[in-house]
Design a protein around this ligand. Structure first.
Ligand SMILES: [Cu+2]
Length: 294
């Protein structure tokens, strides 16, 4: 009797916790409402199945409890029950999988008017690269990474000269414009994740993965790394600021291009490039010190 009661309390407690919990998604700030719907469908199906199975178990524990003289009936096969359970399970599993397939087909089909932004993950900071006026990103190679070329842009590629390099600083995006995020890592597995955008994906050294989304709200959003990537992983934070078109253009005007960063003698920023690289290294060192002192 006590076991049956505990099982019922587990179901009631779980449902109440789900309904009353203060921990829930942050308000969505992208076009991916479909992803929220898919997760809600999964919650409902797994929740109903969990409650049904545990309540059935509680019923059986109570109904078939030990009584003097009672004997269990042995029934090795029951065709009707087996077909019924097979059909219900198949419908449940299909309902769990199908919405995800619809979302995935949209997730990997990037709109033709999407602009491109490259995200580079590195222990333990985020950097970004945007195509310059030519609209094309230059090629890159991890073997080209140096203190003055932190993203490994290939210097000989003319498309890369006007690329805007944002090293270990905030990324700005214009509101309402679809953007394709090209994801690279130059050391270990990372995962670019902004909770309000809902979309995320692993970054794999040697590959370029991608997803797309349209920011729908202006504001400041936190970037998290959703892949355990070493000692400094919990501090691998970044900032994405979604701007109005006007603010975005003003920000873009202040950024430096790859050509400016890699040719300090021509731009008069001789101290700036190495200074920036040193600042970035100090930032990582400070993060590690914080982790070490925990
Ligand atoms: Cu990471």
């Amino acid at each position: 009797m006590a076991v049956a009661l505990v099982l019922v309390l587990i179901v009631v407690g779980s449902v109440l916790f789900h309904l009353l919990s203060p921990w829930w998604w942050k308000p969505i700030a992208s076009n991916w409402g479909y992803i929220d719907n898919t997760i809600s469908i999964t919650f409902w199906i797994t929740g109903v199945v969990f409650a049904a199975v545990v309540l059935f178990m509680a019923y059986c524990v109570f109904r078939f409890r030990h009584r003097e003289g009672n004997r269990a009936a042995y029934e090795p096969e029951n065709k009707r029950l087996e077909s019924w359970l097979t059909i219900v399970t198949a419908v449940g599993v299909t309902a769990l999988l199908v919405p995800g397939l619809f979302v995935w087909s949209q997730f990997v089909n990037v709109p033709s008017d999407a602009t491109v932004v490259e995200v580079v993950g590195q222990q333990w900071q985020w950097s970004f690269r945007l195509p310059g006026k030519d609209g094309k990103l230059g090629r890159s190679d991890t073997r080209e990474v140096t203190a003055d070329n932190p993203l490994g842009v290939i210097a000989g590629d003319p498309n890369g000269q006007d690329d805007v390099v944002v090293e270990a600083a905030d990324l700005h995006l214009p509101v309402g414009k679809p953007v394709k995020m090209l994801l690279r890592s130059i050391d270990v597995l990372h995962d670019f994740y902004v909770p309000e955008f809902r979309a995320k994906m692993d970054m794999i050294p040697g590959s370029v993965t991608y997803f797309w989304f349209t920011p729908t709200k202006t504001g400041t959003f936190q970037v998290l790394c959703a892949e355990l990537c070493g000692q400094g992983h919990p501090l691998m934070n970044g900032i994405v600021i979604v701007d109005t078109e006007q603010d975005y253009v003003a920000w873009l005007d202040q950024q430096q291009t790859f050509a400016q960063l890699s040719a300090p003698q021509q731009t008069g920023s001789a101290q700036q490039a190495p200074g920036k690289a040193t600042a970035s290294a100090l930032k990582v060192a400070a993060k590690l010190e914080t982790v070490g002192s925990r």
